[in-house]
Design a protein around this ligand. Structure first.
Ligand code: FRU
Length: 495
């Protein structure tokens, strides 16, 4: 049994709104030394309603300060997901006296009382004070297909062989399609191409992103990554994100990882990878305008299956940690590598590593409740080995295990604390995992008051899940079942 108080489960390392609901990260942008995190927000409650853009700022990606609501809903529209660009050339004309405006491109979810009842279309708002106050463009919407499901515009500056212009990726959610458009001024948009439907069609497509990354660190050899969130149809149920790697020529995105006949316009089906295998990493998108070639992403740490019911109050839903995303070749295929931003551990010292021989369960000094765990397992005869985190006196814990024979990583949250708020919540999630070249398995795990985020196989496999342990449940154990294993454990207390 979990003793709930208002602050029970409030994470230490993850952003939450003070006393309201949030979902998708929106308008992620770095501008003049500040990271801006806007997000789908209900300013008046803690369930999904009254969609507006909430706002938080940070200078270090770790400590966030909630700001007043940035773009509120009104009688005519809710403000659905979208993105922000720094309009360096003032192409939109919204800037004043040589300043580069911030321009938000968001989905107007039009209400019955509007001129476009039931329609979702793309609209603009701009800020000339660094993202704190916003004005809606009088010419909204700037792009409509008279569709009820056309949303989540992600805009970026394309500078390539085909020219230099703005590109928008947005979904036609029920067609499993990402539509690309171009513009010179953010106000008028010209259709370019459509990607999809492709493999991941177990649910509607939402919140796309399209960005370029060097492959294996070679700036002369880049690929484009199309991420598309999908709900439901995730690998362990409900909401999840998928990605495709390929080429974008300024007009068309073509996935290069292809399997059989069929769906791309060149006749091949685009293969895809899961962005995260867990049940609580959704609507992930990347920041724009980040220096040093960093590609930073945040996801919403929740799942539409039970999102409105998670047992937190008065706030509801955390964001994930910020992830650094790079691209690496694995068996000749380009794959995303995700790592928690180094900022999270920059000011924390690890405690000395412990070497453990496992033949059953070993309790270790778990230190603080909120921590980074780095653990490497050397297989012995055990069929499963792993860690049990946020353990309580009543035996509750979240089990994070490796099953080497089936090649699985698993997270068992069936006995992780408060699990009874929704039938779909208690679960064992799995992801395929392979050992490193030396035969060992390394996991980096971030444990907070209501989540575990696992970065396995050097960040090729990630698994993010909510848990609701009693605040007093801070113990840590390592275990093996049905035999032996060895473990090297390093803890870094975070809060
Ligand atoms: C994804 C989503 C988006 C939409 C927003 C509404 O979680 O459904 O497609 O813009 O949430 O809040």
């Amino acid at each position: 049994t979990v003793t709930s108080s208002l602050e029970t489960f409030r994470p230490a390392m993850h952003y939450t709104a003070r006393d309201t609901w949030l979902n998708d990260p929106n308008g992620l942008v770095f501008h003049e030394g500040t990271y801006h995190l806007y997000y789908q927000n209900n300013p008046f409650g803690n369930v999904h309603s009254n969609m507006s853009w909430g706002h938080a700022t940070s200078t270090d990606l770790v400590n966030w300060e909630e700001q007043p609501v940035a773009i509120p809903c009104d009688d005519t529209e809710e403000i659905f997901s979208g993105s922000i660009v720094v309009d360096h050339g003032n192409t939109s004309g919204f800037g004043t006296s040589g300043t580069a405006p911030l321009v938000a491109i968001y989905t107007s979810a039009f209400k019955p009382a509007s001129a476009h009842p039931g329609i979702q279309a793309q609209s603009l708002a701009w800020s000339t004070d660094g993202g704190y106050s916003w004005t809606k463009y009088a010419g909204n919407p700037v792009l409509t297909r008279d569709s009820p499901e056309f949303r989540d515009p992600k805009v970026f500056r394309y500078d390539g062989p085909a020219g230099s212009y703005w590109v928008m990726a947005a979904v036609e959610a029920h067609d499993y399609a990402v539509l690309l458009y171009r513009s010179d001024n953010l106000k008028t948009w010209e259709y370019l191409s459509t990607f999809g439907p492709a493999n991941g069609t177990g649910g509607i497509w939402e919140c796309p992103d399209l960005f370029e990354l060097p492959l294996d660190g070679d700036a002369g050899n880049t690929r484009w990554i199309l991420t598309v969130n999908m709900n439901p149809g995730g690998p362990n149920g409900g909401s999840a994100g998928q990605y495709f790697v390929g080429q974008f020529d300024g007009v068309t995105f073509r996935s290069e990882t292809t399997v059989t006949e069929g769906m791309q316009d060149d006749g091949r089906v685009a293969d895809y990878q899961w962005l995260d295998w867990g049940r609580d990493y959704y609507a992930a998108v990347s920041f724009s305008n980040v220096p040093d070639g960093r590609r930073l992403m945040i996801g919403w740490m929740n799942n539409w299956q039970y999102a409105n019911h998670i047992p937190t109050s008065p706030w509801r839903s955390p964001m994930s940690l910020v992830r650094d995303v790079t691209l690496t070749s694995v068996n000749g295929q380009p794959r995303l590598v995700q790592q928690p931003a180094a900022e999270y551990t920059a000011n924390s010292a690890p405690v000395p590593a412990q070497q453990l021989q496992l033949d059953g369960t070993v309790a270790v000094d778990g230190g603080t409740a909120v921590k980074q765990i780095q653990v490497t397992f050397t297989p012995g005869t055990a069929e499963e080995y792993g860690v049990a985190v946020r353990g309580g006196e009543d035996g509750a814990a979240t089990r994070i295990g490796i099953r080497p024979v089936s090649g699985e990583l698993l997270v068992d949250r069936t006995n992780s604390g408060d699990t009874g708020f929704h039938d779909a919540f208690p679960s064992v999630s799995t992801a395929p995992i392979q050992p490193g070249p030396d035969g060992t398995y390394s996991l980096q795990i971030f444990v907070d008051h209501c989540s575990v985020e696992i970065f396995a196989q050097d960040g090729l496999v990630t698994l993010t899940e909510l848990i609701f342990p009693d605040p007093s449940a801070t113990s840590l154990a390592l275990y093996s079942t049905g035999g032996t294993a060895a473990a090297s454990l390093q803890l870094t207390p975070l809060a």
